[in-house]
Design a protein around this ligand. Structure first.
Ligand SMILES: O=C(O)COP(=O)(O)O
Ligand SMILES: [Mg+2]
Length: 233
């Protein structure tokens, strides 16, 4: 039997599979400009990605020294999404080694799904534009399931939609929401250190920390065969 037969690898999107921050931050800065607010430096803005558009807009305005009246937040989020939709794949690309890692993991028998705090519609459109849709058995944003990472129900719903088994699943993510969801769902966790997080990646509590996709297949094989995981099967 292949090493990862029956296993589901659940990927976060922004900052894990795809380097999306350049497009997201450019759109955030365009929105700030429309509101007469000076732009945020890229290195600061990229750390705000990972909790969805609403949190991004809210945190973006605060980081830029502006306040958003609660009454205008919905309108600003809608405007952000309208600006982002046509540009979501302008500069965004899979991280180095991503496709090679997916190929190796699939050869080892794994199936894949995406559990992202990005809206489902935008996530599907992004993977379509990048020619990556065919890799995933399910692409699940919070709007599709009524739960948002770190809520474990978001992760569990993504695994279910892919036809997977939570006892044979591994989460791969870059941020606190991913770590929280994996921990609460009892799913082993690989953290990538090249994504978007205010807490250092090494402190997110992953079982394995990787710095490049070339390390992922081996990390998943180790987690799938580690005694703690086997004992719970
Ligand atoms: O903040 C977002 O848009 C989503 O981020 P995620 O793919 O890292 O969950
Ligand atoms: Mg992320």
């Amino acid at each position: 039997m292949r090493a990862l037969e029956g296993w589901t690898i659940v990927f976060d999107l922004d900052g894990t599979l795809v380097e999306t921050a350049s497009d997201i931050c450019a759109v955030l800065n365009d929105l700030l400009e429309e509101e007469g607010i000076p732009p945020l430096p890229y290195e600061q803005a990229r750390l705000l990605v990972g909790r969805g558009a609403r949190a991004l807009v809210q945190r973006g305005f605060v980081a830029a020294g502006a306040t958003v009246a609660e009454a205008r937040l919905d309108e600003l989020v809608d405007r952000f999404v309208d600006l982002y939709r046509p540009r979501l794949a302008e500069k965004s690309r899979p991280f180095p080694g991503c496709i090679e890692a997916l190929t190796a993991l699939r050869e080892a028998g794994a199936i894949f799904c995406v559990c992202t705090n990005k809206r489902t519609e935008l996530s599907v459109a992004l993977f379509e534009a990048l020619g990556m849709s065919h890799w995933f058995a399910a692409i699940v944003g919070p709007d599709a399931v009524g739960a948002r990472k770190p809520d474990p129900n978001h992760l569990l719903a993504a695994i279910a939609q892919a036809g997977g088994d939570p006892a044979r699943a591994i989460m791969v993510g870059d941020g606190e929401p991913d770590a929280g969801a994996a921990r609460a769902a009892g799913v082993p966790l690989v953290i990538v250190d090249f994504g978007y997080t205010t807490i250092p990646a090494a402190e997110l509590g992953g079982d394995i920390l990787i710095s490049h996709f070339s390390e992922l297949a081996d990390a998943c094989r180790r987690l799938a065969t580690c005694p703690a995981v086997q004992a719970s099967l």
